[in-house]
Design a protein around this ligand. Structure first.
Ligand code: PYC
Length: 332
């Protein structure tokens, strides 16, 4: 089988976004959550071929566009990355919208506004343009909530850590500074990655996390490490572990949403204030609480995240398993 994918490559505040603009599959489903299940069952080889080495790398992440299921919406998006298909991805949304608007892949019904269907739910987008360039994208994310407080998990080298688990489109274990964890600036990225892999496995063995409105969204998929800011004008800094070997180079949109929901639940963040979140490399997203709401009877917020992305290349990628033993990629 030989398949060709027309991709446009960009990065959002340092983290990659590979948008599949041509060659994507036709999926069955009434919404993006159902289409995500169909893709995982029948077409996961596309994700593996485009995300894993040698065509991708540990941090690779991307998306595929689909027509919306509801006439008032503008687009539907499937997120693909090294770990699977996320229900929602913030840096992926900022990159996808930047590429799609600049390249004319979406013609919004109202200029500057896009209603985007993600597997996790409806995401509202506002973007600012100068000429053809998209300068910034603000997404108002799905409802986000603190799912569990003060659970304990054994971390190699560090010992027992106490973490909160919060939902911002994916479930995040948030590691705040504590006796056994001095802050992300005291450790290497390799240490954070190897500890995260073990902690994520242990958390999911000991605890269950299922979204109250969609049981296909389950499991703690990411670990969010916190630490000192680089720029004193920022609110907070984080390093998000995802996939098996990745630390997000962007401040992580769903991670920022999860952390804002955690701060909101603890009375540390109120509506109307900016939450400026730094990544491991110092790039920034601006977060805000747009609305107070509930999910499954728990207090929740609808957070917004604003950031930028830049297109850097056009990439025609072949997957041909008759000619290439690594057509579907590999992981070491
Ligand atoms: O920005 O939401 C995000 C994200 C998830 C995993 C990597 N980035």
């Amino acid at each position: 089988m030989k398949k060709t994918f027309f991709c446009i490559d960009a990065h959002t505040c340092g983290n990659p976004v590979r948008l599949v603009a041509g060659g994507g599959p036709t999926l069955i489903g009434e919404n993006m959550s159902e289409k995500r299940q169909h893709f995982l069952k029948e077409y996961d080889w596309i994700r593996q071929g485009l995300m894993f080495e040698p065509r991708g790398h540990d941090m690779m992440s991307g998306s595929i566009l689909f027509p919306p299921h509801s006439p008032e919406n503008d687009v539907a998006v499937l997120f693909i990355e090294t770990s699977g298909c996320l229900p929602m991805c913030g840096h992926g949304t900022i990159g996808t919208i930047t590429i799609a608007v600049e390249e004319g892949l979406i013609i919004p019904k109202t200029s500057g506004i896009i209603r985007m269907e993600a597997p996790a739910g409806l995401v509202m987008i506002e973007y600012k343009q100068e000429g053809k360039k998209v300068k910034s994208v603000k997404l108002t994310n799905v409802a986000s909530f603190l799912a569990a407080e003060n659970i304990t998990v054994e971390c190699p080298d560090l010992g027992t850590l106490t973490v909160d688990v919060s939902y911002g489109g994916n479930f995040y274990a948030i590691v705040d500074v504590q006796e056994n964890f001095k802050g992300l600036q005291h450790y290497t990225a390799d240490q954070l990655i190897s500890w995260s892999r073990v902690m994520r496995k242990r958390i999911n063995e000991q605890y269950t996390f299922v979204h109250p409105d969609n049981e296909t969204i389950n499991g703690c998929s990411h670990i969010l490490w916190t630490g000192d800011v680089l720029d004193p004008s920022s609110t907070a800094r984080n390093a998000v572990f995802y996939g098996d070997k990745a630390i997000d180079r962007s401040p992580c949109g769903t991670g920022t949403s999860a952390r804002m929901a955690q701060w909101y639940a603890k009375g540390k963040l109120k509506m109307g204030y900016n939450f400026v979140h730094e990544s491991i490399i110092g790039s920034k997203f601006i977060g805000r609480i747009e609305e107070e709401t509930t999910v499954g009877g728990k207090p929740a917020i609808r957070p917004s995240i604003e950031g930028w992305a830049r297109i850097y290349g056009y990439n025609t990628i072949n997957i041909d398993d008759e000619d290439d033993p690594y057509a579907f990629g590999f992981q070491v």
